[in-house]
Design a protein around this ligand. Structure first.
Ligand code: DX5
Ligand code: ZN
Length: 225
């Protein structure tokens, strides 16, 4: 199984970074029952990004809950030296690993190492990197993640210029590679993000900590209908 099976036409991916960790299993189950297929799991190391977020120990607890209902764990590594973490992510139940273009010297070689661990692979890039430069080296990945915020925290505002960068990313990559967008997605901009070419749309604060979870997830899905 991989991204080609997980993605219907477009997927809204709840970012667990914004979840209530005292109720993590419950929140994940509620969302799976509402139709979520893939969860976004943010690993921050306190170096590549300011905060330390969560890692393989939390992943190990939550991945079986997700897998039991045929879901997948999409792990976004906002870390220096990501290769060092691939074995633990795979062992803990990660299905896909996304590393940052800015964090490695050799993107194709890093993609190859992730595949050796049986992982699907993504390449993420920050707002300062040029989509065309990333696309030149990321064509063998399954997904390319165009950040629409500076990575680090949930709840930031969608950066101006992101729609144009998403469209440039889509145009520069082979059709087989999904374009993912992460940061500042809400009910008002989700449709434009899809129209610009994204087929994987991450949403943290737009889903968690709102009215009820099914309603906030469905509202994003409906904006794409
Ligand atoms: C932050 C993470 C995001 C974050 C998104 O750097 O990569 O996945 O959780 O949260 P929102 O949707 O609230 O911007
Ligand atoms: Zn993320």
């Amino acid at each position: 199984m991989g991204w080609q099976e997980w993605v219907r036409t477009v997927e809204i991916e709840p970012s667990l970074y914004a979840a209530d960790f005292s109720r993590l299993g419950d929140e994940v189950e509620i969302l799976l029952r509402t139709g979520v297929r893939v969860f976004h799991f943010d690993v921050g190391d306190g170096h590549f990004v300011e905060p330390i977020t969560m890692g393989p120990i939390v992943l190990r607890s939550i991945a079986p809950v997700v897998h039991a209902m045929d879901g997948a764990m999409d792990c976004h590594l906002m870390v220096d030296n990501p290769v060092r973490h691939f074995p633990q992510i795979a062992e803990a139940g990660g299905d896909s690993v996304t590393f940052h273009y800015e964090a490695v010297d050799d993107v194709p070689a890093t993609i190859a190492v992730a595949r050796e661990h049986g992982l699907q692979v993504g390449v993420a890039f920050n707002p300062e990197s040029e989509p065309e430069d990333v696309a030149k080296v990321a064509g063998d990945a399954d997904i390319v993640l165009c950040m629409s915020i500076h990575p680090g925290y949930s709840g930031q505002e969608f950066m101006e210029g992101s729609l144009e960068r998403i469209a440039r990313t889509r145009a520069a990559l082979p059709e087989s590679v999904h374009v993912q967008v992460d940061g500042g997605i809400d009910n008002d901009n989700v449709r434009a993000v899809y129209d610009a070419g994204a087929t994987l749309i991450v949403a943290g604060s737009a889903i968690f900590g709102r009215e009820d979870l099914p309603r906030s997830y469905r509202r994003l899905v409906q904006a794409l209908a």
